[in-house]
Design a protein around this ligand. Structure first.
Ligand code: GLC
Ligand code: MG
Length: 240
């Protein structure tokens, strides 16, 4: 991989994707810059779902694709999984025990996923009261995990050393230098970790409630425009 001078690490749904015109403008803006902006997509979707979105929305092919809320890192144009990260994800990971605890909470509807990299559920608004109970039950059982609740609807239980923030940290350690200009962009709860690593970050205007309540940090920019328009605003703010 070439040396990365500039990098956009962005969530897809509701952030990079969601406003077609804004995205076209952002891509055109990046094409005109005198340097290359390396794209890293960091999504909650699983691989096939992310690839199908890239295809249907005609998104630029990223240099690195992180799927399943930071539990898999695919590199290069042919999307080979990073083996070191895969091995890390297998340590202290007990999806069966997590599913067993979840059985006590009938409001949790299991998401059908192609692999056991994470255990995810959706919950109806009327059932959100049981989120806390589920969280406590997992902690009581002493099962190592990371608990992520997004958009008042999605619950992702991940290996404890994973998540979008940890994945981004791994990427920056392996691929960037202190001189790389980075922008991190997101709109919902599963983005919180990567938005608080301290890198220049943007919360797009259409962000979910859980991010609007997020603590400020000096490198955090709150865009007034939605989705890709907000990313462009932030890029101009930090690097324009
Ligand atoms: C995406 C994924 C879903 C996940 C959610 C929150 O919508 O498709 O599986 O639970 O993001 O991370
Ligand atoms: Mg999103």
């Amino acid at each position: 991989m070439l040396e990365i001078t500039h990098m956009l690490a962005t969530d897809l749904d509701g952030t990079f994707v969601g406003d077609t015109k804004g995205l076209k403008r952002l891509i055109r803006y990046y094409e005109k810059l005198p340097y290359e902006v390396t794209l890293v997509y960091i999504t909650g979707r699983h691989r096939d779902s992310a690839l199908s979105l890239i295809k249907t929305e005609n998104l630029p092919i990223p240099q690195i694709l992180v799927t399943d809320v930071g539990t898999t890192i695919y590199e290069d144009k042919n999307f080979k999984p990073n083996i070191e990260w895969d091995e890390k994800m297998k340590q202290n990971w007990y999806p069966e025990s997590i599913r067993k605890v979840a059985l006590e909470f009938p409001q949790l509807i299991p998401q059908q996923l192609p692999a056991d990299r994470r255990v995810s559920f959706v919950i109806e608004e009327s059932g959100t009261g049981s989120v806390k109970g589920f969280k406590e039950a997992l902690a009581e059982e002493g099962i190592p995990h990371k608990f992520i609740f997004s958009s008042g609807r999605d619950i992702d239980i991940l290996p404890s050393h994973s998540g979008k923030g940890e994945a981004l940290r791994f990427i920056t350690e392996n691929y960037t230098s202190d001189d790389t200009s980075i922008l991190v962009a997101g709109d919902s709860g599963n983005d919180l970790e990567m938005l608080t690593l301290g890198y220049p970050s943007v919360i797009v205007a259409n962000a979910r409630k859980e991010l609007l309540e997020m603590k400020e940090h000096p490198n955090l920019y709150r865009a007034t425009q939605n989705c890709a328009g907000g990313i462009q605003q932030a890029w101009q703010h930090f690097y324009g």
